[in-house]
Design a protein around this ligand. Structure first.
Ligand SMILES: Cc1ncc(COP(=O)(O)O)c(C=O)c1O
Length: 526
């Protein structure tokens, strides 16, 4: 089978300075016109069945695979669309890594051009490294002026812990419940999302877990404390942790948190949360690390960094960035203050990272930041994100299962509940929706401790037309589920249709549901 190659037409279209579906529509039309002129062999090297067989045979089965029961084979992608081996086009609402759009031509060109000239380690002088560092630090609040380049979000967070410990000479870390900070041993230890799993290692004594500041279904709910300073209420728990740690002979090296918790279920912390937490942690002798690996680089629209949503005065001591920084190419960084970098130097241990800051990775990161600015993608994220949030809030008036719609820019969560009063998570239904949306060629995932939050973090080129399409299909799927429920209550054979989805297999009072793609299961009462 032959598929169309990315043509000149697409490159031209993507260079339009305005972003919108129109541009990609033009791109796709031109692409079709050019399809006779540019074709290439299928990028599929094996039939799908063989890809599945070889993956099972040779790839660790703990590696996550989306839609494990019927996985997708993606062979190419453009902008906010991914294509399977049969040419099926999927709207990508998941990939925050392809930040400025899949295969963005300027980014691709920057990588190819540099790869053809030189790629080596950063023990030699190279302009890309310093230009990238200058650009990245220019986007941060002033004290954050020093960069360390690494290859992944995990490496960035691991280095952030080392910096914090060498600067404070303390050891303990405060983390948030449900947090995920990476796959290295040091980070699994501070990721309750992982260490609390049945097979996890549990909490180490040097780790202190504070409640996730979730005002919808967390420890303190806004509905129960009207008009109260929820940010302070949640922050006071961190103060308690600092006091107890000191009482127990522990010293705090750092507080680490995503500025908006993504794995925790697309959580927006209440006002005053970071302001108070940062003060308490610093008073306890620790430093504050903002993990912007998922939410950085303008996803929130108004600002470059999500911590800035909490106020201009909120300045972390260390910021970690990754995923969107390379638009799919592995590049990440730690940005910190001169004082912290100096303490690390004084430890006498040189820092060397073979690939960190190589000329190709830096060329890619520079191109990503340029595209973000030139195409005004932050403004675009605000515009489209607000439109999508408004439409979803309208949809919530129609479908009671939508308990909460929250978000900022193109970081959006739709929390699904069995009833709005008790806010029981609609876990099984969320999984069903994810499967049905895939059948409708929309890729969306669910997350949060109960996997009941639909999370949207699409490439920033996601446009208003995409948002409208998403809402329309979600509406149809929810309506169909309502219809099924009504018919089921009437005892109709329609029940069969629902039972086709694995998550609806059990009952009558309990359901065994698949809670993630790794086939983990959970029993929930219904
Ligand atoms: C918030 C956060 N921090 C760090 C990481 C680790 O990044 P990486 O997978 O690039 O090592 C992730 C990955 O999902 C993440 O979501």
């Amino acid at each position: 089978m032959a598929i169309k190659c990315m043509s000149q037409a697409e490159v031209i279209a993507s260079r339009f300075e305005t972003i919108g579906c129109g541009v990609y529509q033009v791109a796709r039309t031109l692409l079709c016109c050019a399809s006779k002129e540019v074709t290439m062999d299928a990028q599929e090297k094996l039939p799908k069945s063989e890809t599945v067989r070889l993956r099972k045979r040779h790839v660790g089965q703990s590696c996550k695979l989306f839609y494990r029961a019927d996985p997708l084979k993606i062979v190419r992608a453009v902008g906010q669309y991914m294509y399977d081996e049969k040419g099926g086009q999927y709207l990508d609402c998941i990939n925050n890594v392809a930040h400025v759009g899949h295969c963005q031509p300027d980014v691709v060109k920057a990588a190819c051009d540099q790869l053809a000239v030189l790629n080596t380690n950063n023990r030699f002088l190279h302009d890309n490294l310093v230009i990238c560092a200058r650009k990245l630090t220019s986007l941060m609040p002033a004290p954050l002026s020093i960069c360390f380049f690494v290859n992944s979000g995990s490496e960035a967070n691991d280095l952030a812990l080392r910096l914090a410990r060498s600067h404070t000479k303390n050891h303990d870390i405060i983390t948030l419940d449900h947090a995920y900070h990476g796959h290295l041993t040091s980070l699994i230890s501070i990721s309750p999302y992982k260490f609390n799993l049945p097979g996890g290692s549990g909490k180490a004594e040097w780790v202190h877990v504070a409640s996730c500041p979730d005002v919808y279904r967390g420890k303190y709910r806004a509905v129960d404390y009207p008009g109260q300073d929820m940010g302070k209420m949640y922050a006071d728990e961190v103060l308690d942790i600092c006091k107890k740690a000191r009482g127990g002979g522990h010293t705090i090296a750092a507080f680490i948190a995503e500025s908006l918790q993504s794995c925790g279920g697309q959580i927006i912390p209440p006002d005053n949360y970071l302001r108070n937490v940062y003060r308490y942690v610093r008073e306890a002798g620790g430093v504050c690390i903002a993990d912007e690996v998922q939410v950085g680089f303008g996803r929130v629209g108004k600002h470059w960094w999500a911590f800035q949503l909490q106020g201009e005065d909120i300045v972390p001591d260390i910021v970690t960035v990754g995923k969107p920084m390379g638009n799919g190419h592995p590049v990440a960084a730690v940005i910190t203050t001169l004082e912290i970098a100096q303490s690390f130097k004084e430890s006498g241990i040189e820092y060397f990272n073979t690939y960190g800051g190589n000329p190709v990775s830096c060329a890619v990161a520079i191109a990503v930041m340029d595209v973000l600015e030139r195409q005004r993608l932050r403004e675009h994220a605000t515009r489209v994100g607000n439109h999508l949030l408004n439409s979803l809030r309208q949809l919530a008036l129609k479908h009671l299962i939508i308990g909460d719609v929250r978000g900022v820019g193109l970081f959006i969560g739709i929390e699904l509940v069995e009833d709005r009063e008790n806010r029981i998570p609609a876990t099984a239904k969320a999984q069903h929706i994810v499967s049905r949306m895939k059948e409708e060629y929309i890729l969306v995932s669910s997350d949060g401790p109960d996997r009941n939050v639909l999370k949207l973090k699409p490439p920033l080129v996601f446009c208003q037309e995409n948002a409208d399409h998403f809402v329309k299909i979600l509406d149809e799927v929810l309506t169909e589920m309502n219809d099924d429920e009504v018919t089921m209550e009437a005892g109709s054979p329609q029940r069969q249709k629902k039972a086709n989805h694995p998550e609806f297999e059990n009952s009558p009072n309990e359901k065994k549901i698949k809670i993630d793609d790794q086939q983990s299961e959970k029993i929930i009462k219904v």
